[in-house]
Structures are given as structure tokens and as C-alpha cells.
Unconditional design. Structure first.
Length: 140
């Protein structure tokens, strides 16, 4: 094969991959220029008690890539920003393991997107059946 053709094909491949990786950033900049970046997750304590929340994020090979501990007071919230890896990698699935007061654990598996965030809602209200709700939502 001609050397020029190989160089052009490699250049086009790099350009296409670069555009694909950059597309969420461009999409956010064009559609939501004044919006702050969405966090990786947010925690809302809807209960009337303080709670210790531990959020651990695992990659598709079940390796821990993030572990954060929060003390969330009644009717308050906390957030965790996306790392650069999580801003760029939107192909892999990640598992969120949320532990409430070292007692109750819930998990949620999803793909990460620049325009999507995970909401973790703590809602005891006297019932320990389902105190942790994990939902995901896109910026609209």
C-alpha cells in the first residue's frame, strides 16, 4: 500500500475517534453552555437523621475506581464530581455500591454520560425496607 494512503487512513481514524470522544463535550457546550457540569452522583438525605453514606464505584472488571464517604445531615445533599476518566469513557458499565450507616447496601449498574447523573436518595421515614433509592437522569 502506498505510504500516503496509510497516513491518510490513520489520520482519518484518529480524527473520527477524536470526534467521537469529544462529542459529549461539544454537545454539552452547544446545548447547555451556561449549565454547570453534572456531578457523577448526588446524595439527598430526605430523612430527619444524620447518615453516613459510603459510595464505591466499580468498573466492568469489578475493580474499585472510586470510594467516597459522606456524612449527610437531615434535609441536605452532597455531590461528587466526575473524574476525567468517567467524563470520557461512556462505553463501559460501572456499578455503584451505596452503603447506608454500615448496615444497608444497594447497587446500581449503568453507563456514565456527560449529561447524566446518578441520584441517591435516603428516605428512612421509620421504614427500613427500602431506605436507599438510586435513580439516574439526564440534563434536559
Amino acid at each position: 500500500m502506498n505510504k500516503k494512503i496509510v497516513v491518510v487512513l490513520v489520520g482519518l481514524t484518529i480524527l473520527i475517534l477524536g470526534l467521537y470522544v469529544a462529542s459529549p463535550f461539544v454537545q454539552k457546550a452547544l446545548l447547555y453552555p451556561r449549565e454547570d457540569p453534572l456531578p457523577l452522583f448526588g446524595i439527598q438525605n430526605q430523612d430527619f437523621n444524620d447518615h453516613k453514606i459510603v459510595v464505591e464505584v466499580f468498573d466492568s472488571h469489578n475493580r474499585s475506581i472510586l470510594k467516597e464517604e459522606f456524612l449527610v445531615y437531615p434535609r441536605t445533599s452532597a455531590t461528587c464530581p466526575k473524574t476525567l476518566r468517567l467524563k470520557i469513557d461512556r462505553w463501559s458499565e460501572y456499578t455503584f455500591r451505596v452503603t447506608l450507616d454500615d448496615k444497608i447496601t444497594e447497587t446500581h449498574t449503568t453507563k456514565i454520560h456527560l449529561l447524566k447523573a446518578i441520584a441517591i436518595i435516603i428516605y428512612y421515614k421509620g421504614s427500613e425496607d427500602y431506605p436507599i433509592y438510586i435513580i439516574e437522569g439526564f440534563l434536559e
